[in-house]
Design a protein around this ligand. Structure first.
Ligand code: AMP
Ligand code: MG
Length: 415
């Protein structure tokens, strides 16, 4: 057996790299950017008003009070998207709407709530007068050019994992496309003579297939584009043909089943036959066996990730081993998920010491102390998917100990 950390390191080192691609900004959420994005102009591009109000010379308003307002002549009204055609001079003002460029000559904007227009007057019309009811500080109500982003500033550093607000930032600097590591096209191929997929009557020895939809959904959550490659029998020739066929369309192929010590474990056998088998017995429970290989695809190398077939093992194997590899290929600097130091509300036991680290499926809650508390789901065997489905995290329990109620335990949130 090898330690999880070593298994991960071995796999990451074998992962093929993928070429970056320019994606429209609106389609790049969750992708990792390849190069720094530098602003070619300032945001905002010009001084503008942050309020609806009146652009003034602050010196004009020094004596203004509710009882003794200062009256200014209105030159007209400037909307966002338009420009004043003459400057503000002493005794004059432009009515300005939020986002409108600050008229030349003005050094403050008095918000409309601190003004009063003559009753019956047309709002903001030239020739009108407005009463200023309070003094304005120079600079008030103005957002300066470049106060968000300066020209030449790096707005997003290479390696940033794009989130919705980042897409907004790219829009604000005028970027239409962004260079990212593209989403991997990942085929999902489940194996097993016993598997039934049409929901029909089960013959003796048959079971309903459960891993395909689960793995496809996990891939979507990992920002990949999954492709359903169907169900292969345990026949090595059938499996090899399906793999060869899928290589043209996939960057990665995730398989389930057929990597254990059984008499007919076809994924292992095929990769061995193709001379590409890396088989690992990882010192974790569940999900001990894991196979991978890099195949020569028609245009690029294709990574095959062989997960064990037991449904809970498939899930845990994906979370702990496959997903980090996919994230690594998609440019994530930090391919592993976050961990949280939680409190065990119940004992997190293990059946026996077997040289493996247990990853128990646990349910978490935030306690009144503000910390994450976990308790194990009932049913920790690797076929008990129904029990594990209610879990939202994996708790790491070292081989040589039991975590007692009230003790700290490291947990990894599930996708
Ligand atoms: P394997 O990894 O192929 O040896 O399978 C281990 C166990 O998981 C066996 O009991 C299989 O029947 C079961 N199994 C494998 N693949 C699936 C699947 N896609 N859906 C449900 N059970 C599966
Ligand atoms: Mg099988």
């Amino acid at each position: 057996m090898i330690e999880l950390a070593d298994a991960r390191r071995t796999l990451l080192a074998a992962c093929p790299s993928i070429a970056p691609v320019a994606l429209p900004v609106a389609r790049a959420d969750r992708c990792v950017i390849v190069a720094d994005v530098v602003a070619t102009h300032a945001v905002p591009p010009f001084d503008n008003t942050s309020v609806d109000g009146y652009a003034v010379q602050a010196a004009d308003t020094v004596t203004a009070t509710q009882d003794q307002p200062v009256h200014l002549d209105v030159l007209g009204s400037v909307l966002a998207g338009s420009v004043a055609d003459r400057p503000v001079e002493p005794g004059r003002t432009w009515k300005v709407m939020t986002g409108a460029p600050l008229p030349a000559g003005a050094d403050a904007v008095v918000m409309v709530e601190r003004t009063s227009a003559r009753a019956g007057s047309q709002l903001g019309a030239a020739g009108d007068q407005v009463a200023i009811l309070a003094p304005a500080r120079s600079g008030a109500g103005i957002r300066r050019a470049g106060s968000d982003v300066r020209t030449g500033e790096t707005v997003l550093a290479a390696g940033t994992v794009l989130r919705p607000a980042h897409l907004g930032v790219l829009g604000s600097v005028g970027a239409r496309e962004v260079l990212v590591y593209r989403r991997l096209r990942v085929g999902v191929l489940v194996t097993g003579d016993e598997l039934v997929t049409d929901g029909g009557e089960l013959r003796p020895g048959q079971i309903h297939e459960s891993n395909r939809a689960m793995l496809m959904a996990l891939l979507v959550r990992a920002n990949c584009e999954p492709m359903d490659l169907g169900v292969a029998s345990d026949d090595v020739a059938d499996l090899e043909q399906r793999l060869r066929h899928a290589m043209a369309a996939c960057d990665v192929i995730v398989t389930s089943g057929g990597v254990s010590m059984g008499d007919s474990d076809p994924v292992k056998a095929v990769l061995e036959r193709m001379g590409r088998l890396n088989w690992m017995q990882v010192a974790i429970r569940p999900a001990k066996p894991f196979a991978f290989g890099v195949l020569d695809g028609p245009s690029a190398p294709v990574l095959v990730l062989g997960l064990p077939g037991n449904p809970v093992s498939s899930l845990v194997s994906f979370e702990l081993i496959a997903r980090p590899a996919l994230r690594h290929m998609m440019g994530h600097v930090e391919p592993y998920g976050p961990s949280v130091l939680a409190i065990a509300d119940e004992q997190l036991g293990r059946p026996l010491a077997d040289g493996r680290t247990a990853f128990l499926r646990v349910l978490s809650r935030i306690g009144p102390d503000g910390r994450v508390h976990v308790r194990p789901v009932t049913g920790q065997d690797s076929h008990q998917l129904s029990a594990s489905a209610s879990a939202d995290a994996l708790a790491e329990v070292p081989d040589d100990r039991t975590v007692q109620a009230g003790e700290d335990v490291l947990v990894y949130p599930l996708s």
